[in-house]
Design a protein around this ligand. Sequence first.
Ligand code: HEM
Length: 418
Amino acid sequence: MTTPAAAQLGLEYKPLEAPQLNDPFPFYARLRHEAPVTFAPAFQLWLVSRYADVQAALRDPKRFSSRDILRPPVDLPPEMLEYLKEAGYSPEYPLLGDDPPSHTRIRGLVGKAFSVASVAAMETRIREIARSYVDALLRAGPRADVVAGLSFPLPMHIITTLLGIPASDGEKLKGWCADENLFFVPHLPPEARMHSARGVAAFRHYLRAMVEERQKNPRPDDFLTSLIQARLEGERPLNLVELINLSSVIVFAGHETTTNLMSSALLYLLRHPTAWQELRANPAALPNAIDEVLRFDTPVVGMMRTATEDVELSSTQVPAGARLLLLFASANRDEAIFPEGAERLDIHRANANRHIGFGHGAHYCVGAQLAKLEMRIALEMLLERLPNPRLVPEKPVPYLPALIHRGPRQLWVEWDAA
Ligand code: HEM
């Protein structure tokens, strides 16, 4: 059986425009039921929406390769690619954009820096940093945009600390990451394409200076120094461009994702005041609640893979060379896995942790422990210290147009004055 093409069903993928931008879930539900694996011509991507198919692809890197994961857009003029290359950009990314076995070695090394023990050792520092932002929020209140005041600066501060760069560069890095987000959107108007490319180039110049400085001045117990000194497959260390690209992934993956999850968690917990009260009374239930938000509104909406041969998913043939977007956000609402009201937030859901919000298999998020710890610390502090918080009704919750990431850009909260 072959499923009908989405276009025939009136199912057009428009993730960058309302209503899908604000609420993509009705579209995903239709995909899962009517066209679970379907081609979206405007993006040249095959959308994969069911949990079983997404998981099968993630488990099979031989047939679903990550090598092309951050391929530059097809409409990028060659002279712009040249300009970017001079800045240290390369479409080849170690780790995220690699497959086993070469992926495995660098993963071992990066994984060490993010192991349960290494992350536990960061807890005191993370608490101090979180406290400083929550203090500032309370001083500025009783009304604030918590994205600007907490859920953006906290993860950014932590990732800059890990890389040994000034936290005050966070805003600059955020701007470049936004440019990089835009960079992968196909068919941008030329001006916007130029703007995003300039940002990507400036980001690479910054990272190059950071790596070169650390090559000259290695530091003890330092994450970047350990990457620089790592020897891959026999003797070859990572070269400059690989180090730059890997650092860009760490900066990007280390903040945008956690920012979005933190903001979404606050949004949903404040929309469900009983859940907020329950968690206040019993913070031990927080880890499950965090998993449930990750399932319910998955911050990494999906990731790309490339079919290395002809493949079949949900009885649909996908040709060799095709690019697939594995929709984690849709898989996490799949009734086949979450039969008890998959479209409802339930912080007590028994199998919430079966979500694939952190991916699955070889590329399972290396920063998952860190993200969960940051989330737990920040939410515990807010539960304890914000008196009677509620959403500010007249402030809308805007979403950034992006293919891969999803989360509120602003979230206005008010609370009782002390
Ligand atoms: C990989 C999600 C936080 C670093 C991934 C993947 C997902 C994900 C879905 C799999 C990508 C794939 O299969 O292609 C998230 C979410 C986070 C989060 C939802 C927060 C809520 C972090 C943090 C870091 C990080 C704090 C810290 C640096 C990475 C890296 C990879 C990765 C380096 C690539 C791992 C590999 O390819 O082996 N993440 N992430 N992430 N994540 Fe995260």
